[in-house]
Design a binder for this molecule. Structure first.
Ligand SMILES: C[S@@+](CC[C@H](N)C(=O)[O-])C[C@H]1O[C@@H](n2cnc3c(N)ncnc32)[C@H](O)[C@@H]1O
Length: 209
């Protein structure tokens, strides 16, 4: 009887909160204005034990909002680092393992092909490969993107997972409005391109055992 109740509650919570549960020791990369990192601290199911929140841009290029959010995060005990390239983590982070590594709406500031490929295709593969070295064996990488054939073609997540040593990823609907005060920003300005879209996905990557 209790098993049935437990399984029902678990299934309901999986549908409602998807992978945003029990995140443990978290690394965030490409955080833009750090508002998603901040929102996770208030998220009811995130259960963060420690957070390292990182921004690609260097300290001198940050908006006032980013600095305010960084101050909030530091008061909560998080490490906040600037100028961190998600494809070269070893240049800035000492060897360590995280339970969850998060990259929300990855996007490089370029449309110029790299090795004949879309630069986002190249970046996400390098990131996944790099993240694998920083992930607990039972940990997960979460990547949220717009749910559209265009982005599916750009990222090709199934193939990227195979390339970087992960199982075939699962995906869940992502609702930005479930994250209190999360204000997504573009790579090049403080506007939000996701306001033009209605559907988003979070892809969940687990290492091959
Ligand atoms: C569309 S913005 C999303 C920002 C933020 N994650 C959010 O959800 O609001 C894409 C972000 O990816 C970052 N980015 C691009 N290339 C990166 C790289 N190699 N390493 C880390 N971040 C990168 C950009 O600086 C930018 O902040």
């Amino acid at each position: 009887m209790f098993d049935v109740i437990y399984d029902t509650v678990k299934a309901f919570s999986q549908i409602r909160f998807g992978p945003w549960q029990g995140l443990g020791n978290v690394l965030l990369v490409g955080e833009g204005n750090l508002s998603f990192a901040k929102s996770l601290f208030r998220h009811p199911t995130a259960h963060i034990t420690h957070m390292t929140a990182t921004v690609f841009e260097k300290g001198r290029n940050l908006s006032d909002k980013t600095v305010q959010n960084a101050n909030f995060l530091r008061k909560c005990g998080a490490f906040v680092l600037y100028g961190i390239d998600a494809t070269k983590l070893e240049e800035s982070l000492k060897p360590q393992k995280f339970d969850t590594i998060i990259f929300q709406f990855p996007n490089v500031n370029s449309r110029d092909a790299k090795y004949g490929r879309n630069p986002n295709y190249v970046m996400i593969r390098k990131f996944l490969r790099n993240a694998a070295a920083y992930l607990e064996p039972s940990g997960k990488v979460l990547i949220s993107v717009v749910d559209s054939p265009y982005y599916e073609g750009v990222f090709q997540f199934d193939e990227a997972a195979e390339f970087a040593g992960y199982e075939t990823p699962e995906c869940y609907p992502f609702d930005p409005y479930c994250f209190f005060e999360y204000s997504h920003t573009n790579t090049t300005d403080d506007d939000s391109a996701i306001e033009d879209y209605r559907k988003f996905l979070t892809w969940v990557f687990k290492l091959k055992q």
